[in-house]
Design a protein around this ligand. Sequence first.
Ligand SMILES: [Fe+2]
Ligand SMILES: [Fe+2]
Length: 172
Amino acid sequence: MNSRHLVRRFFAAIRTSEPREEDADWTQALLSPQERPLFDRLPAHDRRHAIAVATAVETELGEGCEKRWLVVALLHDIGKQQADLSVVERAFATIPILFIGRQKVGRWTAGYCGRVGKYARHGEIGAEELRAAEGSEDAAAWSEAHHNARPTWAALGWPEEVIRALDAADNA
Ligand SMILES: [Fe+2]
Ligand SMILES: [Fe+2]
C-alpha cells in the first residue's frame, strides 16, 4: 500500500454517500442471512469499498468468477468495525501500522491504543466474527490472511488468479 493509495482512500472515505441501490441489492443477494448483519452494520464508506473490490474481482475473473469470491471480497474488512475509529482516526492509525508493524500494533490493548490495536487486527477479528456467525469459511480465511505476507497466501490453496484479483482490487 503506497502513500498515494492511502490519500485516495482517505478522500473516498470522507464521502458519506450510501452505495447505489442496485449495488446494495446485489450485496444482499450474494450474502447469506448470517452474513448480512455483519455487512450492513459497516459505515457507508466501508460498504462502498467492499462493493468496489467485489465489482473489480468480478470484472477481472470474468466468466470464471464464482459467487464465493464475491462474498470473500464483500466481507474481507468487516472486522474494522470493532475498532470504532473515525475516518480521521483510521488515517492516523495507519501511521504506527506502517512504521511499527501490524503485528506489534495488534498487541496494543489499552485505551485508545487498544482501538488502534483492534484496527491493526481487523483481519483476525473479522474472521472470528464470521466463524461465530457461521458465515462463509472462505471469507473468514481471506479476512484472516489478507494483510499477511503474500507468500503465505499459497496455503489457502486458491487459484493464483483469484488471489491476484482480490489483492489488486483491494489495493487499487
Ligand atoms: Fe483490510
Ligand atoms: Fe480492504
